[in-house]
Ligand binder design. Structure first.
Ligand code: ADP
Length: 696
């Protein structure tokens, strides 16, 4: 299924006053140019931030006391960002913060910051408030094996919707199954001459990857046991540009898990191989520069081309490829629409387990930060233009420079304009989207704004430039200065007005001085088309409910029994003894698969297997996704009844003494009002079940 009205990429080089729907990339004139960013970097780190510089005289103003206006009026605090753990994304982050005029704390801060920018994982810092740019568990979730398992679960339920991920097997657990399946397929079709790609779990940058023609070629050296891997069907017919294989790195912002919010960057990077592509044969299987698109590998090829132009070289913008395809008559709108579907469906596959990790690190009701994360999606376009998912990176490289060998053995970091162009925009616009002050503004929306300030300071006088004029500021220096000037002017003038209005105008002004967002919301925008796939999320809600002790990710035998009992799943055909056997069987098998042994109990994937097994048992004749959906409805219904019962029997009865509810050991007698409400919920639940039964 395709999202209706997906973003059509525009290849127009002309500057645009407002962002047209579906433009894949901003025209160069509208972006803070790579050289602007380089210029900012050349000026070096500045813990004071641009405001500090402005206050010291860059703008010719009198120095103001820190935090106060000359008149003693309190300044509206700037958004604070702890960048002490940013690692390789630091350079791009610094440039973004300068453009936004936010306050950077490069060495951390004793007081809490609004945003913590981590280079590696959620756990880089102990954080109890604010926002952090990593979700707990994401690194584990997108490892090759976990991702393959999560997508496979969805492939079981919705095989056609999830055919964008190559058929994969997990080694060593499924070695014999892999061999058997391939043998059977070859027997069925002797003309089938497949190639497979073996990728070590947790590997990156092409490390340890190799191609094989036959399952028996899997290298046992190094020990699969110590380094499990995924073996995948190799996509033999990729789309070629200039006779070269390339892949796409797209940046995706997971802004929120609950409710689900996804944004996609309108431009990404295309990474090229450095040897002309040929379909795999026994002779060329080992030629990594022909088959693997990894930048980290191809940079070592003598054919690698560093280019200052985003349209040429071994690393280009994805929009430049789309322009080229469009000029050849390719329906690039359809390509984008398929890519959006792929991204949304992949995230839908990841969210259930991510929620399990999330509740274990940030239990409901405990203080903790909220999370967002930029993910790197690696996508390969097939010759027929179908996008295929290769992998998801939890820590996509945000480096904006590369190493260059000046003379033998002497290396220097030099700026990479293509990286800067794409990555700075992604980081800056992610920050704009998670801006805590905008969030506050959202929260106070609904209260009428006092408009006196607007009439005193019409917006045009507050803004020396508007976005329409952005492209007129040709030089990098001019653009940087202009941004700083806009923000300085904004702070001076806005502090005179009433607080709500100030915040409103402040946001408007900063936004007006910046290019339009490079990140496009795709969820909930296209939720209607994809919500039917979110069944496993509901299974995760059941799992989390019965985990019991906060901080765990595994379900104990008692928790599993309670789940069965509360959901009324045991009966004369399925005794509690059988429940225990099911628990032990599945748990033991999953725990023997080399998955985290720190905790004992039933892991999430084992619960999914048990749940599917119960669903198949209970609703024999239906297709799997209907069986699962029906069982979820059944469980949710019984849990809703139980909750209602508890509510009525518990606090409700004490607090509402006048309620005519008597609760007896073997049943309930309710007031007509309470009865009606309960019956309504029951009716809704059963209607829902009926509805679903007819839906699938
Ligand atoms: P890594 O994390 O090590 O980069 P990837 O899964 O991204 O591992 O694979 C590395 C490269 O191998 C990809 O960039 C792509 O060029 C190639 N590749 C990976 N999987 C496939 C596949 N199934 N078919 C064709 N090429 C693939």
């Amino acid at each position: 299924m395709e999202p209706a009205g997906a973003l059509p990429p525009s290849c127009s080089p002309a500057p645009e006053a407002a962002e047209p729907p579906g433009s894949p990339a901003l025209p160069a004139e509208e972006r803070p140019s790579a050289s602007a960013a380089q210029e900012a970097r050349r000026r070096g780190p500045d813990p004071q931030g641009p405001a500090g510089r402005g206050a010291r005289g860059g703008g010719g103003r009198a120095p103001a006391r820190r935090g106060c206006e000359p008149g003693g009026r309190a300044r509206r605090p700037r958004v604070t960002v702890d960048s002490s753990k940013a690692k390789t994304s630091l350079e791009a982050l610094k440039i973004s913060l300068r453009q936004l005029r936010w306050k950077e704390f490069p060495f951390g801060r004793r007081l809490p910051c609004d945003i913590y920018w981590h280079g590696v994982s959620f756990h880089d810092n102990d954080i109890f408030s604010g926002q952090v740019n990593k979700f707990p568990g994401m690194t584990e979730m997108v490892r090759k094996i976990t991702l393959s398992r999560a997508v496979r679960t969805m492939q079981y339920l919705f095989p056609l919707e999830y055919n964008f991920y190559p058929r994969s097997w997990i080694l060593p657990d499924e070695s014999s199954f892999f061999e058997k399946e391939i043998r059977m397929m070859k027997d069925r079709d002797p003309s089938w001459k497949p190639t497979f790609i073996v990728k070590p779990d947790g590997g990156c940058q092409g490390d340890g990857i190799y191609l094989i023609k036959d399952p028996s070629d899997i290298r046992l050296t190094g020990g699969l046991q110590s380094r499990p891997a995924v073996v995948q069907e190799y996509i033999c017919k990729p789309l070629l540009v200039d006779k070269l294989k390339f892949d796409i790195r797209l940046y995706v912002l997971l802004k929120s898990l609950e409710p689900l919010e996804i944004y996609i960057a309108k431009d990404g990077l295309s990474r090229f191989c450095t040897e002309p592509y040929q379909e795999p044969t026994l002779k060329n299987l080992h030629q990594v520069f022909m088959h693997l698109t990894n930048y980290s590998l191809n940079i070592h090829s003598g054919n690698f081309i560093h280019s200052d132009n985003v349209n040429t070289g071994s690393k280009r913008t994805f929009s430049s490829i789309l322009c080229r395809l469009s000029s050849k008559g390719v329906d690039v709108k359809k390509v984008w629409s398929d890519i959006i579907s792929l991204v949304i469906k992949t995230i839908i596959a990841l969210t259930p387990e991510l929620k399990v990790y999330y509740q274990s690190d940030i239990p409901a009701g405990k203080p903790g930060p909220t999370c967002f994360q930029i993910l790197g999606f690696d996508i390969l376009l097939m010759k027929n233009l179908k996008p295929m998912l290769l992998e998801v990176n939890a820590n996509p490289s945000m480096r904006i420079e590369h190493e260059q060998e000046l003379s033998p053995g002497v290396f220097e970091n030099v700026p990479s304009p293509v990286d800067e162009e794409v990555k700075v925009a992604v980081i800056r616009d992610t920050l704009r989207l998670v801006d805590p002050q905008k969030q506050k503004k959202k929260d106070i929306q609904g209260f009428p704004l006092v408009l006196t300030c607007a009439s005193t300071f019409p917006l045009q006088t507050l803004l020396p430039i508007t976005i329409e004029k952005w492209h007129l500021y040709k030089s990098a220096e001019q653009r940087c200065q202009t941004l700083e000037h806009v923000s300085d002017t904004k702070e001076e003038l806005l502090d005179a007005g009433p607080p709500d209005r100030l915040e409103h105008d402040a946001n408007k002004n900063t936004e007006a001085g910046l290019p339009s967002l490079c990140l496009k919301q795709v969820f909930p925008k296209y939720a209607k088309q994809f919500n039917y796939l979110r069944v496993v999320d509901r299974v995760a809600a059941l799992f989390i409910r019965f985990l019991g002790v906060k901080g765990t990710t595994k379900l104990g035998p008692t928790g599993f029994r309670t789940f069965i009992r509360n959901c009324k799943l045991s009966n004369s055909n399925f005794s509690m003894a059988s429940v225990d056997i099911l628990y032990i069987d599945i748990t033991r098998r999953w725990n023997s698969m080399g998955i985290d042994h720190k905790e004992s109990g039933m892991c999430w994937q084992a619960f999914v297997e048990a749940f599917f097994c119960l669903a198949q048992k209970k609703y024999k004749s239906l297709p799997l996704h209907e069986q699962v959906a029906s069982l979820i409805d059944f469980c949710e219904y019984h849990l809703a009844v139980l909750d209602e019962k508890r509510l009525v029997c518990g606090r409700g009865i004490v607090e509402r003494r006048n309620a005519l509810v008597t609760c007896q050991t073997d049943g309930l007698q309710l007031t007509p009002a309470a009865h009606t409400s309960l019956l309504n919920r029951m009716a809704t639940a059963s209607k829902l079940a009926d509805y679903r039964n007819h839906q699938y």
